[in-house]
Write a protein that binds this ligand. Structure first.
Ligand code: PAY
Ligand code: ZN
Length: 311
């Protein structure tokens, strides 16, 4: 790896740069950003979560994770951008000031750290984590199939450890899934929204993936998604589709968004960032800034809605 280049918001950063950055950003914004370790990965790396918001009594919270899939590099880039942008526009941008005064954002910049490192060093197109499976040489579980939401039952999933969408030996069999699920369970009273950032496809989706039945607040989720996508498009005209994931992309089970929703988090969304397939997972660094700026508008739109309407 290149030891000479520094962390940059306009480049893709390897895990070592991101880990160092999580410590540094808390020093730069001590009143707004703090760091918590929520667990460790299969390869025993610490999973860092950043809490972003002005310290004050009981607050609503929004949980956002990036990089559940190793090869979707634009996703961790967005989480880093989000934290920096949120902290640096506090007291400058009216909406952000209001958001950080009234809400906490829990931001997990890289969910699947071991896989992310593997994608940087060995196989750019790696998706799963890096855990060992019994009775096979094949490595890894798809963490977005490992949640306890109709786990292992339906849709685009696999029971074969050699497959990209292997769902694991049990729900939450993976250290990374367990860490995130445990944190969310322990903060259910405050977490009002769950956002999980993927790439690519330019879609904003919500539950369900494991059934074609509509979520109880399907119409409301549609409205929130529509407003978020309109905000996103307003900047550069990037077009996004939105809707329930089973119909919009494909049915799946064991996904984090369905699980979060069934825990009672009524505003749970999956972002599929740029592009629509020309570069796919290999989105060039030149597109990071514009992708992050437009996505920021969508996240702010959802957060604003939570602030005004989520009880
Ligand atoms: O929760 O329904 C969901 C997410 C669906 C994603 C998944 O398969 O986990 C969609 C894919 C992803 O971002 O992982 C889409 C990309 C383009 C892929 O790898 O096929
Ligand atoms: Zn993904």
């Amino acid at each position: 790896r290149n030891f000479t280049s520094r962390h940059s918001y306009t480049k893709y950063n390897d895990w070592y740069k991101i880990a160092a950055w999580t410590a540094r950003i808390t020093k730069i914004y001590p009143k707004l950003v703090s760091r918590i370790q929520i667990g460790s990965t299969f390869e025993k790396r610490p999973m860092y979560l950043l809490k972003v918001g002005k310290e004050s009594g009981r607050k609503k919270a929004i949980f956002m994770d990036c990089g559940i899939h190793a090869r979707e590099w634009i996703s961790p880039a967005f989480c880093q951008w989000f934290v920096k942008q949120a902290a640096s526009t506090y007291k400058k941008d009216k909406i952000m000031t209001h958001l950080l005064d009234s809400l906490n954002f829990y931001v997990l910049p890289v969910f699947n750290i071991d896989g992310y490192i593997w994608s940087w060093t060995q196989d750019r197109m790696w998706r799963k984590n890096r855990s060992k499976n019994s009775s096979t040489k094949c490595i890894g579980t798809d963490l977005n199939r490992n949640f306890a939401a109709a786990w292992g039952t339906t849709g685009f999933i696999s029971d074969d450890p050699c497959n990209e969408t292997y769902y694991g030996s049990a729900p939450e069999s993976e250290d990374e899934t367990k860490a995130v699920a445990t944190f969310i369970r322990n903060h259910l009273s405050s977490i009002k929204a769950y956002l999980t950032i993927h790439a690519y496809s330019q879609m904003l989706m919500f539950p369900y993936g494991y059934t074609f039945h509509k979520a109880p607040n399907h119409d409301e989720l549609t409205e929130v998604a529509k407003a978020a996508v309109e905000a996103l498009s307003s900047l550069y005209g990037t077009t996004y589709e939105y809707g329930a994931s089973a119909t919009l992309i494909y049915p799946t089970s064991g996904s984090s968004v369905d699980w979060a929703y069934d825990q009672g988090i009524k505003y749970s969304f999956v972002f599929e960032l740029r592009d629509k397939g020309s570069y796919g997972f290999l989105l060039p660094e030149s597109k990071i800034t514009s992708t992050c700026k437009e996505t920021m508008l969508a996240v702010k739109s959802i957060a604003n809605y939570i602030l005004s309407y989520a009880s």
